[in-house]
Structure formats: structure tokens, C-alpha cells
Design a protein around this ligand. Structure first.
Ligand code: HEM
Length: 362
């Protein structure tokens, strides 16, 4: 009996080690690809206007979003890691279709996607100036600045558009959002409470929240619906923003599962009525956000940029299935509910099971 138990134990250990090796493999592949110059750079370039550094930026290979991590950040940690600044803003094959969507949203849903409160003007100009410096340095083949008698302009060859920049630009945050694939949010510290408030935002792709309802809110209020935010994250985040410098930019990622391919989701997902067909794995999408925090040096505000990536669940393959399953399993019950697992949980569990992976709790 004892030898059977020992054998089972050894088999279990081998199973666990093999699984984690498989998950590690996709990370190693990504790192190899990255360091071989296909997606990631070890360049120490900074977002600066110095000619030497601009040259480094120009020569940086395209950014590749890293694979899904097997684990979520610890519940009490913010999950931050150092930003490779040459990858602050990204351009990839989705630029034109997403740009089209952004332009449509700005004309059909403007109050839902852009809000700038009084007092944020200087910060919004600083955002545009950083975006212009970065895009023209990193992607000079696509973005060029010209000085005309009527002022400075940026030309975007990907879309054949030109925008006025500098102090003469009447809508700097909007122009930034039209040029980049990222969303931009400005947070300003409330001198009375010491809390950071959402002062301006161009959020074209919200993950289930309404910008027009949240503008002006403190971080604590903004994160009101997030389970345990107040107890476990609020203080850390406020302190992090207090100490953020132009040189200590960080990034984090998050992950949602949703039943729509839409990038613009400005309300909670509605459960389908029982008369509708059951959700199948091909109805599910993995939504990931790459979030970056930067200090705006001139005005002192905090800049939050978000790039959203969508992938069909059924297109998640190989070791990434295991990583996704492990990450979802790591969510507490309240987080599961918050992330809508009542809608997609069963389908997700069955999909994992079909791949030989059981999911606890989803
Ligand atoms: C280090 C800073 C931050 C941390 C650690 C953080 C963390 C979180 C977490 C854990 C969630 C729950 C969903 C998820 O799993 O991602 C969330 C949701 C959210 N976050 Fe943050 N966040 C940070 C900064 C910000 C900033 C600067 C904004 C400004 C727009 C923001 C806006 C939101 C919104 C709107 C939601 C959705 C809330 C809802 O469901 O109603 N977050 N955040």
C-alpha cells in the first residue's frame, strides 16, 4: 500500500513539473523571439527628445504583447513591472481597423469616450506633446512633424491625416487618441484629500464601465465595484502614484473573459435570456489590457495609458490554455462574480475539460 502511495506521489510530482515546464516554454519562446530582435528590446532608450535616443527608438523592433501569465498578481499587490519605455506606445497590424473604430466612436459616442474637466488643459497638452515626440521618434516612417506658417502639424501616413499640434491644438487629448492605439487618462491629485482623481480621459475601449459617469471620481470611488479594492489596493496605489517619477514608469496587465468581440463595452455584460442558444466556446473572447503609468513632468499629473488586446478563446492554444486556466483559477469567488463568470464560467470550464484540464470554481 505504502509503495503504491509513493508511486502515485512520484507520478503526481512528474505531472506538476511537466505542466509548469510547458507553461514556462511559451514565456521562453516569447523572450527568445523578443531578444532576437523580433519583438522586445533591451535598449535603454528613454522617451526623450535627444537625437541619440531618438535614433535608438527608431531602430527598435516592433513590440509583441507577452503571452498570458499563469498567475494573477498577488491579491494585495498591484502586479507592476518596469516599463521598457521604447515600447510605451505600440503600432501593429490592427492599427487601421482599430483607428476606423476609434474615429466612428468619436463621432457617434463622443461623451462616452472623451471627457476633459476644467483644470486638465495643461496636462492634455503635455500628453499630446509626449505622444507626438514618441510616435515621430519611434515610428518616423509613419509620423512626421512639419512647421508651417500656420503652426506645427503632425502627418500620419497610415491614415493620411494631418492634425494641428502644440498650444494651437484645440483638442489635444482627442488628437492623442486619434494618433495612437492606446487610450489616455489623466489623474490629478486633490490637494485637500490627497487622492488622485480622473480629470481627463480618452477611453475609446472601456472594459464595461461608463466614462461619463466616472469622470471626476477619486481612484477609490472609481474602483468602487472592484472587490476588496479599498482594503487591499487603495493605499498601495495612492502611495505608488505619489512616488511615481518620469523615470519609474511601470506597466501591468489584466484579463477578462467576455461574450462579445467588441472593444467598446461601456456597460456590464447582460446575461443572455434562457430562450437564446447556450453560449459556446467560440462565443468567448479573452480581453487583455496593457496598462502603463507615467508621471507628466511639466504639470505633475499621472498619465495612465491602456492598450486593449482581444483574442478568441478558441484560438488560445498550447501552453497558453494552461496559463489561462491557472490564472482564472487564481481568482477569488468575489472576483469571479465581478468578472462575470456566471455568464461564461460553465462554458469556459467545459472548454478546459475538453483539453484535459479541470477548472476549480469557474
Ligand atoms: C496601479 C494602479 C491600478 C491598479 C492596481 C488597478 C487595479 C484594478 C483591478 C484589480 C480592477 C478589477 C478588474 C481587474 O481585474 O483588472 C480594476 C478595475 C478598474 N480600474 Fe483599475 N487599477 C489601477 C489603476 C487604474 C486607473 C489609473 C484607472 C483610471 C481610469 C483605473 C480604472 C479602472 C476601472 C474603470 C475599472 C473597472 C471598475 C468597474 O468594474 O466598475 N484603474 N482596476
Amino acid at each position: 500500500m505504502q509503495s503504491i502511495t509513493a508511486l502515485l506521489f512520484v507520478a503526481f510530482c512528474i505531472f506538476i513539473i511537466t505542466r509548469s515546464l510547458v507553461v514556462q516554454k511559451s514565456w521562453q519562446q516569447w523572450k527568445k523571439q523578443a531578444s532576437s530582435g523580433l519583438g522586445f528590446t533591451k535598449s535603454t532608450s528613454t522617451v526623450s527628445s535627444s537625437t541619440h535616443k531618438e535614433t535608438l527608438l527608431k531602430d527598435t523592433p516592433p513590440y509583441i504583447f507577452p503571452p498570458i501569465r499563469p498567475r494573477t498578481a498577488l491579491r494585495t499587490s498591484m502586479g507592476l513591472r518596469r516599463l521598457e519605455v521604447s515600447n510605451w506606445l505600440t503600432i501593429d497590424k490592427n492599427y487601421n481597423p482599430e483607428h476606423g473604430l476609434r474615429v466612428n466612436l468619436l463621432s457617434s459616442h463622443k461623451p462616452q469616450v472623451i471627457q476633459c474637466l476644467p483644470g486638465s488643459e495643461e496636462a492634455c497638452h503635455e500628453v499630446l506633446s509626449l505622444v507626438v515626440d514618441f510616435l515621430t521618434s519611434r515610428f518616423p516612417q509613419h509620423f512626421t512633424v512639419t512647421n508651417t506658417s500656420e503652426g506645427r502639424r503632425i502627418y500620419n501616413s497610415l491614415t493620411n491625416e494631418t492634425f494641428v499640434i502644440g498650444q494651437a491644438c484645440p483638442n489635444p487629448l482627442e488628437v492623442a487618441a486619434r494618433l495612437a492605439m492606446e487610450d489616455f487618462t489623466v489623474l490629478m491629485k486633490d490637494a485637500n484629500t490627497g487622492e488622485y482623481r480622473l480629470q481627463a480621459s480618452a477611453t475609446l475601449f472601456p472594459a464595461g464601465w461608463k466614462l461619463q459617469e466616472r469622470i471626476g471620481m477619486s481612484m477609490a470611488k472609481l474602483h468602487g465595484p472592484v472587490p476588496k479594492w479599498k482594503e487591499q489596493l487603495s493605499g498601495h496605489v495612492n502611495r505608488y502614484f505619489d512616488h511615481l517619477t518620469a523615470k519609474s514608469s511601470m506597466e501591468r496587465t489584466n484579463l477578462f473573459i467576455q461574450t462579445t468581440p467588441d472593444l467598446f463595452v461601456d456597460g456590464p455584460e447582460m446575461p443572455r435570456s434562457p430562450s437564446e442558444a447556450a453560449i459556446t466556446p467560440s462565443d468567448l473572447w479573452v480581453r487583455r489590457e496593457r496598462q502603463i503609468f507615467r508621471r507628466l513632468e511639466r504639470c505633475g499629473a499621472v498619465l495612465f495609458t491602456v492598450r486593449t488586446y482581444m483574442q478568441r478563446l478558441v484560438e488560445v492554444e498550447g501552453a497558453q490554455v494552461e496559463a489561462l486556466k491557472t490564472q482564472v483559477e487564481g481568482w477569488d469567488e468575489d472576483i469571479m462574480d465581478y468578472k462575470g463568470s456566471k455568464i461564461w464560467g460553465e462554458t469556459f470550464r467545459e472548454w478546459c475539460a475538453q483539453r484535459g484540464l479541470g477548472v476549480e470554481g469557474a
